[in-house]
Ligand binder design. Sequence first.
Ligand code: PGA
Length: 250
Amino acid sequence: MRRPIIAGNWKMHNTTGEARELVELLKPLVGATDVEVVVCPPFTAIAAAANAAAGSNIAVGAQDFFWEDQGAYTGEVSGPMLRDLGCRYVIIGHSERRQYFAETDATVNKKLMAAYRHELIPIVCVGETLGQREAGETLAVIGHQVWEGLKGLAPDQARELVVAYEPVWAIGTGKTATAADAQEVIAFIRETLGSMYGAAAEAVRIQYGGSVKPENITELMAQPDIDGALVGGASLDAVSFAAIVNYGDH
Ligand code: PGA
């Protein structure tokens, strides 16, 4: 009943030409899937990717944005600007934004509200660090991020939400959480959303992210609460990203 959603987070990779080429390579490889396919280029390559993806089943998202619509905010990009480029999704609160750019649960929540205002589907990232996991704080940390970052929605809005559980220690490290560990935390996220939004939590799509590859996607997707993946490194290669999207084919 929840449609799987697999998104590629390109991070700070790909010029306009490279973005166009990657989307062109991807189109025939993912054309037959029922999975919702999203690519998130850097701001500068969004228009090129969106143009290349036009008419295909590949949707485009941004990796971040600012919550104000316009104004004296040097260097920032707003929701209306993303819509203008053809974006339908926006990643919010990625751990790299939290770590290097001082994002907090409070800024995540402001961006969440702005995303709904502009009809952008938010992909909100949560995740614990290695130190927090080793200290046995995983569920407390995740619970706090979910309550604070995702509060204030109407149940109808909550249904549209996409959450990405990305343990920080698994991002770009080659270490994937075991499918069972990912399922445990993701089930807890759904339970927390249930306390916040009741039955709407059953409709929320929750992705796993952190070193997702063609080799581990099938086991992850077999878990009852895992509805997709947020893919970094492996999304930069058309063949591996397509193999992840087409996880059900083998
Ligand atoms: P990774 O990144 O797949 O390269 O680990 C995932 C992410 O940060 O979204």
